[in-house]
Design a protein around this ligand. Structure first.
Ligand code: GLN
Length: 203
């Protein structure tokens, strides 16, 4: 059984832990550098990326996280967590850093005021035939991706149709939406499987 950590600086930690347990993982919270080394995979939850960045810096977690991700630890970021896993961000606050790992540019609060929060059905590659009912809360989108990045999902309807909202690069994945809120844990199952395969060195 994989042990999957949830970065617990800020954000909806408990909901992710519950979803991961539904997906057959053991979960622990991660707040300290030592704890980063004790997990088989890590979820970076939604919340507020500026706060998460400041806390990660204060707790001296940025470097340990970068090191483990470079060494191949699987990680999944949702919303603010997606921002944290982006190599490049737009509309960050002055000096805002990320952990990085995914070769993409992510725009914070991209969907804008009028659609601060919304729900939309998004077909997701590799996660079943029915579209995923995705909840977006002041969500980012992915503005551009490098060649190594696989696009798993795009917004389907409305003025922002076509925008990339789910990606994977090797053992790293990210969604602009919050899959921990709806009771449909396909995204967590997908990530838990990815962690199991990484533990068996299958990919
Ligand atoms: N707008 C937030 C940020 O910039 C993300 C929102 C969320 O995680 N729900 O970090």
């Amino acid at each position: 059984v994989p042990t999957i950590g949830v970065l617990a600086l800020q954000g909806d930690v408990l909901e992710h832990a519950r979803a991961l347990e539904q997906a057959g993982a053991r979960t622990v919270t991660v707040r300290r550098a030592e704890e980063v080394d004790q997990v088989d995979g890590l979820v970076l939850p939604g919340g507020e990326s500026t706060t998460m960045w400041r806390l990660a810096r204060a707790f001296e977690l940025l470097e340990p996280l970068r090191k483990r991700i470079e060494a191949g630890m699987p990680a999944y970021g949702s919303c603010a967590g997606m921002i944290m896993l982006a190599d490049r961000i737009r509309d960050g606050v002055a000096g805002q850093e990320t952990v990085g790992g995914i070769d993409m540019t992510v725009r914070r609060n991209a969907f804008g005021r009028q659609v601060d929060s919304f729900e939309s059905d998004v077909p997701l590659t590799g996660m079943g035939d029915t579209p995923y009912h995705a909840v977006f809360i002041r969500a980012p989108w992915v503005e551009s991706v490098g060649d190594a990045v696989e696009v798993l999902g795009r917004a389907e309807t409305g003025p922002n149709a076509g925008r990339i909202v789910a990606v994977r690069q090797g053992r790293l994945m990210a969604t602009a939406f919050h899959p921990e809120l709806t009771g449909d844990f396909r995204v967590h199952h997908y990530f838990a499987d990815l962690v199991r395969r990484a533990m068996r060195k299958e990919d």
